[in-house]
Design a protein around this ligand. Structure first.
Ligand SMILES: *Cc1c(COP(=O)(O)O)cnc(C)c1O
Length: 466
C-alpha cells in the first residue's frame, strides 16, 4: 500500500486535485451518517447491521451482490408522505422499483400506485392491487396497454398525445366504458437538483406544450370526447428536486390553464397532479426537506394560485418515487481487488473493485450520479484513503461510487455497502456482460426474506435459443 494516505492526516497531501469540493476527509471513516442510511441500519461491534441482522449473515445467506431493503423504513416513508399530504393522494411511482412485495407494502400503507407499461401493470395486478387505485402513464402506451387499462378500470390514464386521445376514445367506445383521463401538460419548467430552468424546456417528449396551446387543445378534445372523463391536468417537472421554487412556477402555470378550462367550458376539473421528483440524500451534499415542509409549501402555492384565479382548490395528487424507496435500500458488495493507481506527483486513488457494477447501478454512468459507500463487514483504524468503487464489467465507465473515502486497509473479502440504491438501480438493471441481476432481500421486524430472486446464468441461457 502506498503511503500517501498518511499525508492526508499530516496535512502534506492535497486531495483537492482528485476529490470533488463537497467531499471532505471524514473525521471517522467508520461513521454511519443517519441522513444517508435507512432508519434501522447501525454499526454494532464494528459490523453494519440492519434490523439486528449483520451484513455478514446476510451475505452468507443470500450472497453478494444483493440489494437489501429496510422494509420498515420504506413503509414508514410511505406513511410519512401520505400523512404529510393528507387531503391529497400519493401515488408511488413504481418505475423507481417495482416488485410485488413493495407494491403491496405501498398499497397497505395507503398509497396509490403509478405504472407506465403492461409489465409494471402486471406486477401491480399480481400483487393484488385494485385497478381503481392505479394510474397509467407513458408517452407511447400500446393499443394493448390502453385496451387492458380501460377494460380493467384503471383509476386514471394520463394522456400524452393527440393520437392517444383518439385511441382512448375509440377503445372506450368499443368497450362501452368511460375512463378517467388526465392531460399531461409540459409546463416548460425543468427542475433538477437545486437548479431549474423556467422556459425553453418544451423540447422533450412528454406531454402537451402549455405555451404552444396544445395542452388547452388536448383538454378540450378530451372534454368533447363522449367516452372520456377529463378529471384534470398533470405535470411532472423533473427529479431529485430540493426546493419548491420550480414547483411554484409550474403550479402557477398549470393552475392558470386549469382555471381557464373551467371558465371556457363551464366545467369543474376535480383533480390536479403535480408529479414527483422530490429529492433524497445520496451523499452529504444532498439535503432533502421533510415531507411535511414540502407538502405545506406545495399546498400553499396551489391555494395561492387558485385564490388568485378565483377557483376552488382541486384535489391534489403527487407521485414520489425515489423519495420513498431510494433511501430504504443499500447494495451489499464483496471486494474482489484493491488497486492503488498513481496519477501524478504522488497523488493516487484506490480503485476498489466489487462483484457487481454498472449492471446493478447504471445511475453513476448514466446521470453522473453520486453515491456514498462504507466498509461494512468490520470497522477499521486505518486512515481514510480517497477511493473509487468500481464494478467488474468490461467498461471503464463502470463506476458505482466515483468519490469516497474508505479505510486505507480495505482488502479483498471485505464487504462494502452503498446506501440510497432503492430507486432506479434494480429497475434499470441490465445483464451487461451476462452478469445476472442481484436479488432483493427485504428485512422486516428483524426477519430477512428474498422478495426478488437472484437471476442465474441459466435464466439468461433459457432465452438464448441458439
Ligand atoms: C419518474 C416519474 C415520477 C417519480 O419521479 P421520482 O424522481 O422518482 O420521484 C413521478 N411521476 C412521473 C410522471 C414520472 O415520470
Amino acid at each position: 500500500m502506498r503511503t500517501h494516505e498518511a499525508g492526508a492526516l499530516h496535512g502534506d497531501f492535497d486531495f483537492s486535485a482528485l476529490r470533488p469540493g463537497w467531499l471532505s476527509v471524514p473525521q471517522d471513516v467508520n461513521a454511519i451518517l443517519p441522513e444517508l442510511w435507512s432508519a434501522n441500519v447501525e454499526r454494532s461491534g464494528g459490523v453494519l447491521h440492519l434490523g439486528g441482522l449483520s451484513v455478514e449473515k446476510l451475505a452468507a445467506e443470500f450472497g453478494t451482490p444483493a440489494y437489501v431493503l429496510d422494509e420498515d423504513d420504506f413503509r414508514a416513508r410511505c406513511r410519512a408522505w401520505n400523512d404529510a399530504f393528507e387531503g391529497a393522494d400519493v401515488y408511488y411511482a413504481s418505475k423507481a422499483f417495482c416488485s410485488k412485495a413493495v407494491l403491496r407494502a405501498a398499497a397497505e400503507e395507503g398509497l396509490y400506485v403509478d405504472v407506465c407499461t403492461a409489465g409494471e401493470l402486471a406486477v401491480a395486478l399480481a400483487a393484488g392491487l385494485e385497478p381503481s387505485r392505479l394510474g397509467l402513464h407513458g408517452n407511447n402506451k400500446s393499443l394493448a396497454e390502453l385496451h387492458q387499462a380501460i377494460d380493467l378500470g384503471v383509476g386514471r390514464i394520463v394522456a400524452d398525445s393527440f393520437t392517444e386521445i383518439e385511441r382512448l376514445e375509440a377503445i372506450a367506445a368499443e368497450l362501452g366504458k368511460r375512463p378517467k383521463v388526465m392531460v399531461r401538460v409540459n409546463v416548460g419548467v425543468e427542475a433538477h437538483t437545486h437548479e431549474y430552468i423556467a422556459t425553453a424546456h418544451e423540447d422533450q417528449k412528454f406531454g402537451f406544450s402549455l405555451a404552444g396551446g396544445d395542452a388547452y387543445e388536448a383538454a378540450r378534445r378530451v372534454l368533447a370526447a363522449e367516452h372520456l372523463d377529463l378529471v384534470g391536468l398533470h405535470s411532472h417537472i423533473g427529479s431529485q428536486i430540493f426546493d419548491t421554487a420550480a414547483f411554484e412556477v409550474s403550479a402557477a402555470r398549470v393552475v392558470r390553464l386549469h382555471a381557464k378550462l373551467q371558465t371556457d367550458h363551464d366545467t369543474v376539473l376535480p383533480e390536479l397532479d403535480l408529479g414527483g421528483g422530490f429529492g433524497m440524500a445520496y451523499t452529504t451534499q444532498d439535503d432533502p426537506q421533510e415531507p411535511a415542509v414540502i407538502a405545506a409549501a406545495l399546498r400553499g402555492i396551489v391555494e395561492h394560485e387558485c385564490a388568485a384565479a378565483g377557483i376552488e382548490v382541486p384535489r391534489l395528487s403527487f407521485e414520489p418515487g425515489r423519495a420513498l424507496i431510494g433511501p430504504a435500500v443499500f447494495t451489499l458488495y464483496e471486494v474482489g481487488t484493491v488497486k492503488p493507481v498513481t496519477l501524478s506527483a504522488g497523488a493516487s486513488r484506490l480503485y476498489v473493485s466489487v462483484d457487481g457494477g454498472i449492471s446493478d447501478n447504471i445511475r453513476t454512468a448514466l446521470y453522473d450520479a453520486t453515491y456514498s459507500a462504507t466498509l461494512a463487514s468490520r470497522s477499521s483504524t486505518a486512515i481514510p484513503a480517497l477511493a473509487r468503487v468500481v464494478g467488474k464489467h468490461c467498461e471503464s465507465g463502470d463506476i458505482v461510487v466515483k468519490d469516497e473515502f474508505l479505510p486505507a486497509d480495505i482488502a479483498p473479502g471485505d464487504l462494502i455497502a452503498v446506501p440510497g440504491t432503492g430507486a432506479y438501480c434494480r429497475s434499470m438493471g441490465s445483464n451487461y456482460n451476462h452478469v445476472p441481476r442481484p436479488p432483493v432481500v427485504a428485512v422486516r421486524g428483524g426477519q430477512a426474506r428474498v422478495i426478488l430472486a437472484r437471476e442465474t446464468v441459466d435464466d439468461l441461457l433459457r432465452l438464448d435459443i441458439g
